[in-house]
Design a protein around this ligand. Sequence first.
Ligand code: GDP
Ligand code: MG
Length: 249
Amino acid sequence: MRTKRKVYVVLPAYNEEAKIGVLLTSIDEALSEAELSYQVVLVDDGSSDNTAKIVRDCAKRMPIIVKEHKVNLGLGATIRDGLYAAVELADDRDIIVTMDADDTHTPGLVLRMVRMISEGHDVVIASRYQPGARTIGVPIHRRFLSYAASILFRTLLPIPGVKDFTCGYRAYKAKVIREGIAEYGDRFMDQDGFQCMVDILLKLRKLDFIFGEVPIILRYDFKEGESKMQLSSTSRKTLQLIFKRRLGG
Ligand SMILES: Nc1nc2c(ncn2[C@@H]2O[C@H](COP(=O)(O)OP(=O)(O)O)[C@@H](O)[C@H]2O)c(=O)[nH]1
Ligand SMILES: [Mg+2]
């Protein structure tokens, strides 16, 4: 009999001391309860607070591998290093999930994402634009920008099955990441900022994968402190990506 799929949860963490402990505990609860075998791959991106200490404590009671950046390199490099570390450990059938480390993404949704992958999807996105999705506590300007991005991408660079291009909560069959690396090499994840998430989708768009979505319950009200996304830089770089990809780059 084939072994059960394993779920690798990649967490990019930068100064997340307020919420990382709560999140790790709820990942353990949700996935253990569902009898999924899992491995957290946490990339600490040069945090200067207590993130590292809290994660070390949690690692005594649940499976966590920690990768450390000595200095803050940004979300792009962090997601890249997390995905590379996960894909090295994973079998092709295993599942790699990326999720924010600020406790706004409910880990229970992983169950449905895994189910969709078992049903034949290659990439599953936790989406704000599927019936049943709820977003709680997201400031109106952020809602507007995400929605504008969704409309722009759906119009200019559509991917069948995808409405939410910018949410960082996703599940990939490990094979998908492996094929992305084989196809693009170092260029696969070469964006340094928050636009890295949309860039990964645009690269995978050219390969023949099946994309799907599940409705997210986004608990932005659980977030402590400000968003770390730099709005103007991310918006500008996202627009640049749209132009570049529309021109075939
Ligand atoms: N590695 C890394 N992660 C970051 C950085 N800034 C934010 N993050 C992480 O990226 C995720 C998204 O950041 P967040 O503030 O939640 O952005 P928002 O959800 O778009 O408001 C969280 O898990 C953060 O810890 C950074 O400079 N480096
Ligand atoms: Mg967040």
